[in-house]
Design a protein. Structure first.
Ligand code: HSE
Length: 310
């Protein structure tokens, strides 16, 4: 019925905890087929997460799809088959689960449109985004995944304020260790309150990171991409992550931070991408972990939505 292709994202970007994210050129594709033979719910996963991700009601895309359909006042379809082709590693800090959430919301809105006789691919992206942010609890993965590029997103009383900031081309190396560090665990590690000094430290730097990415000012990015809100509480829980940051910088990266809540580490660079990736791999290996790295451009356009033949 409908296919959505959703990019990876790196959230936080150092000091922009829960407020800033960047779409990356690595993709998960989700296809929704509605069946009327009462076969129930079936999810087929190909690629990353195959054999691991749930294949029925517990699958994140399915649960979000059903939750959003109910919120829209729509009936549950008789039979659902979802096929996902994943190239984003799961639980990596590259927004894989956000692609699943976003797909579920997009599918619900597409079904509602189709039932009204409208084009299911012609979706109201702001309504989709508000639901996806409400479900995730923060928008720094789902907003760039939907809109593409570098996005600032903050909640307000009625929904979200979103600003897509055009940047000069950005290239990254994201290194992901084989280490189980769930976002829920990473969020639980954070304090409930912060000092005024830490708030000021981060507010200023978040603005500087946005300006550095907009202007392509590498020196500013290098100086601004530090954080006191989340990295100090998370980095030491990921063996080798601090060393991966240091070795990427030594290998010529412009700036490096935890990708989202981790365990992945993202390095911004202009050249020497493989060298940076190999150095980060070596840092994780020294800590006893295998890791993989991806050299990724920023992705400017966000989620693609297309109809499938019924
Ligand atoms: N801003 C979120 C966090 C991103 O750091 O917890 C994780 O998806």
């Amino acid at each position: 019925m409908i296919r959505v292709r959703i990019p990876a994202t790196s959230a936080n970007l150092g000091p922009g905890f829960d407020c800033m994210g960047l779409a990356l050129d690595l993709w998960n594709t989700f296809e929704l087929y509605l069946t009327d033979d009462s076969e129930g719910i079936r999810v087929t996963t190909i690629g990353e997460g195959a054999g691991i991700l749930p294949t029925g009601e517990k699958n994140l895309t399915v649960s979000v799809f059903l939750e959003e359909l109910a919120r829209l006042g729509e009936e549950k379809p008789k039979g659902i088959h979802i096929v996902t082709h994943n190239t984003i590693p799961c639980a990596s800090g590259m927004g894989s689960s956000s692609t699943a959430t976003l797909a579920g919301v997009l599918f619900a809105h597409a079904v509602a449109k189709a039932r009204r006789g409208e084009d299911p691919a012609d979706l109201d992206r702001s309504a989709v985004l508000e639901s996806a942010v409400a479900i995730e609890g923060h928008g720094d993965n789902v907003a760039p995944a939907l809109l593409g590029g570098f996005v600032i997103v903050v909640p307000n009383a009625t929904g979200v304020i979103t600003q897509r900031v055009p940047t000069i081309p950005v290239k990254t190396v994201v290194c992901v260790p084989a280490y189980n560090y769930l976002t829920s665990q990473a969020r639980a590690a954070l304090p409930a309150e912060y000092s005024k000094a830490d708030a000021i430290y981060n507010i200023g730097r978040a603005m500087l990171v946005a300006e550095a990415l907009r202007a392509g000012d590498d020196e500013l990015l290098r100086r601004a991409m530090t954080d006191r809100i989340h990295e100090p509480y998370r980095l030491n829980s990921i063996p080798g992550a601090q060393q991966a940051k240091e070795r990427a910088l030594d290998a010529g990266a412009v700036s490096v931070c935890l990708s989202g809540a981790g365990p992945g580490v993202i390095a911004f660079a202009r050249d020497g991408f493989d060298r940076i990736g190999r150095e980060m791999n070596a840092a994780f290996a020294d800590a006893g972990l295998t890791s993989r790295y991806w050299i990724l451009d920023a992705e400017p356009n966000g989620t693609r939505i297309g109809r499938l033949p019924v």
